[in-house]
Design a protein. Structure first.
Length: 300
């Protein structure tokens, strides 16, 4: 897997700054009373962040930014690049500076890093599950959804990329995606697609969710650019792919969503779908186990 760099987040830097500022305000609104009472202000220490389980790294620069805001004198040296897969015991970053600053930023930095590595690690497992699909995997992408942790979307999406996945639309204004409730409001699949064609920017493709072959035929007939096969089993997906290719060739992209497991992604890729969207990449990713440990020796 390729290594990702933090400049992938350059276009959403303001979002990342705001996330970090909110997280620090949440934890340090009243300062660190324990460290003020126990730790001498001039004490310097070295520390290291250590993976306690296998993981895919994501968020090294976020750690740097957290400590830069808490205590600029803290030096952070990343020892693992984002996107790299590491074993338990791997040192992810080394830190040096005022002990009070290290303690003040520890929890916020770990919370964000553990979350991002968790998303990247789960994403990598789905991407790797495509490998046995051989030729089918070459055209098929694993993508995220908008089911991100509230307030952390920029970091979640970046972590998905670190895991080798791709991003779906960032927000409701990024693309036309007609879902079940839109169809109910519009009076049907065809009516919804025609309304989207009339009012949406001409630069946007129109995607429509369908749950049956009847709805699929209606969507194809109305000119959908992308169809999302929602909660269909493998046989239904096979029929839907065949119908779409027979009717529209490769012009219409096919996305599959709902009930996606790692065991299914290879099968779906071989059936010829273009995109597999997986909500659990961001709504159910377990945080990775990472510790920050101080060295025993103080710095003179």
């Amino acid at each position: 897997m390729g290594v990702r760099e933090m400049d992938d987040l350059s276009e959403t830097g303001a979002d990342v700054d705001a996330i970090i500022e909110r997280a620090l305000a949440e934890d340090l609104a009243s300062g660190d009373v324990t460290s003020r009472a126990i730790v001498p202000s001039a004490l310097l220490r070295r520390a290291r962040m250590v993976a306690k389980a296998p993981l895919v790294m994501a968020g090294g620069a976020v750690v740097e930014q957290v400590f830069a805001r808490v205590e600029p004198a803290v030096e952070v040296t990343r020892t693992v690049q984002d996107g790299a897969q590491v074993a338990p015991g791997t040192v992810l970053a080394r830190l040096r500076g005022p002990a009070r600053g290290l303690l003040a930023g520890e929890r916020t930095a770990l919370n964000l890093l553990q979350r991002m590595c968790g998303v990247a690690t789960l994403t990598r497992s789905f991407v790797e599950a495509l490998a046995p699909a051989a030729e089918g995997a070459a055209r098929c992408r694993i993508v995220d959804t908008r089911k991100t942790m509230p307030g952390l979307r920029a970091l979640d999406r970046y972590a998905v990329r670190c895991g080798g996945g791709h991003n779906h639309r960032n927000d409701l204004g990024a693309a036309v995606l007609i879902k079940e409730n839109h169809v109910r409001c519009a009076g049907g699949v065809g009516a919804a697609i025609r309304a989207a064609r009339e009012h949406a920017p001409h630069t946007m493709r129109v995607e429509c969710e369908v749950q049956t072959l009847v709805e699929l035929r209606e969507a194809l007939g109305a000119g959908a650019d992308i169809v999302m096969l929602d909660n269909m089993d493998d046989e239904q997906v096979r029929e839907a792919v065949n119908l779409t290719r027979e009717t529209c060739g490769e012009r219409v992209k096919i996305e599959v969503s709902g009930g996606i497991t790692r065991a299914r992604v290879g099968v779906l890729a071989r059936l010829g779908v273009d995109v597999i969207s997986v909500g659990k990449l961001t709504h159910s990713a377990p945080a990775c186990d990472i510790s920050m440990l101080f060295d025993l020796e103080a710095i003179a």
